[in-house]
Design a binder for this molecule. Structure first.
Ligand code: FAD
Length: 328
């Protein structure tokens, strides 16, 4: 693959789009681990994202999307694929006041909402790169409730839609009316809540390689002070329990049915256990942290050892929740 030539093609087809070469992914992930990406493209509008994705598809070039890199472990050798970063530069939040769009967006959700006995009063459209924290803050300012659960999940709306991110009393599927995506053929499509296939850390969009452009969220009116109080409570519970002061990618393992990964790891005697610079957190055994300049290989080896020891101790097989890029 001739990346110089492809970078030229990209800047011709999508003039002005930001293209960076040889970017260390340690700088773009919360684990602060990972070798270089050959090309990182950062579109600022839907038209640019569509242009970049279609150019990759037309050239037969593999691409991946990165948001805030808070669920990623990237190999020390980096990755070859074109990396499309949808974060701060593609993060507008719009409070929908166009009744036509709003009615249309609400229609699909009506039966589901009725079951939950909630009446959506407002719809916001959020571009994929907006962070959950920014969206939660904006909703709080507007007096809109429903997204508080996500205020401490350190990723983007795109990442949340793909993973059905969740915490405390909610997950993304509870608030999303529909998600605007680019499918694997390069078409812009709108995926209704009922078609999104959301379950625990899973979505249809992920399975089919869709790029998330943005999401319509349905929120209810509430006093901003009440919303702020709820968010502060969630944040306090998080800081008390999670090693937020150390680089990590959050919960390293999925929650096995009927168990808690952290408890299984603790019971296997692995609190504080380390390989190289990677460590099972002393504060929360469900987190592997980058305690001392860990390499991706250290983390990988630690994950494998934890899986083995937990299996020997309790017979439960832990599956990584963190996404691993560039490993065989
Ligand atoms: C301290 C800490 C606490 C955490 N707590 C939680 C928690 O409570 N609940 C929870 O669910 N998660 C939690 N996480 C994990 C993580 O924040 C979430 O999974 C988040 O949704 C990932 O979003 P991101 O933008 O960082 O995605 P990235 O890590 O950049 O990417 C993750 C995956 O999503 C894909 N992706 C990202 N954006 C798009 C897009 N626009 N279109 C298509 N695909 C895309 C990527 O290709 C990749 O496969 C935590 C992480 C940390 C570090």
């Amino acid at each position: 693959m001739n990346y110089d030539a492809f970078a030229d093609t990209l800047s011709r087809v999508v003039p002005g789009v930001s293209i960076r070469r040889h970017v260390p992914l340690a700088e773009l992930t919360t684990f602060q681990i990972g070798g270089p990406a050959n090309i990182v493209v950062e579109p600022v509008s839907q038209a640019e994202v569509v242009g970049v994705v279609r150019t990759c598809i037309a050239a037969g070039v593999s691409y991946r999307i990165i948001g805030l890199g808070s669920d990623l472990l990237v190999s020390d050798n980096g990755i070859d694929d074109v990396l499309i970063r949808l974060a701060e530069n593609f993060s507008k939040i719009t409070h929908m006041n166009n009744p036509t769009i709003r009615q249309d967006a609400l229609k699909s959700q009506r039966s589901r909402i009725a079951i939950q006995e909630k009446i959506p009063q407002h719809v916001i459209y959020v571009e994929a790169g907006a962070s959950n924290a920014t969206v939660a803050d904006a909703a709080c300012t507007w007096g809109l409730s429903g997204f508080e659960f996500a205020c401490g999940i350190p990723g983007t709306i795109g990442g949340a839609a793909i993973m059905n991110a969740g915490a405390y009393d909610g997950d993304f599927s509870n608030v999303a009316l529909k998600v605007r995506c680019i499918d694997s053929l390069g078409h812009v499509v709108e995926v209704d809540n009922s078609q999104a296939g959301w379950s625990y850390r899973h979505s249809m969009m992920d399975m089919r390689g869709h790029v998330v452009l943005g999401a319509y969220l349905a929120l209810q009116e509430e006093d901003s002070e009440v919303i702020a109080y709820k968010m502060q409570d969630f944040q306090a519970r998080r800081s008390e329990k999670q090693p937020l002061e150390m680089p990590s990618a959050g919960s390293t393992f999925k929650r096995p049915e009927g168990y808690f990964a952290g408890k299984l790891i603790q019971d296997a005697g692995l609190r504080g256990y380390s390989v190289g610079g990677a460590q099972v957190s002393e504060k929360h055994t469900g987190f592997v942290v980058n305690a001392n300049n860990a390499s991706a290989q250290d983390v990988c080896e630690l994950i494998a050892q934890v899986q083995q020891r937990v299996y020997e101790h309790s017979g439960v097989r832990l599956e990584p929740e963190v996404r691993m890029w560039g490993f065989n």
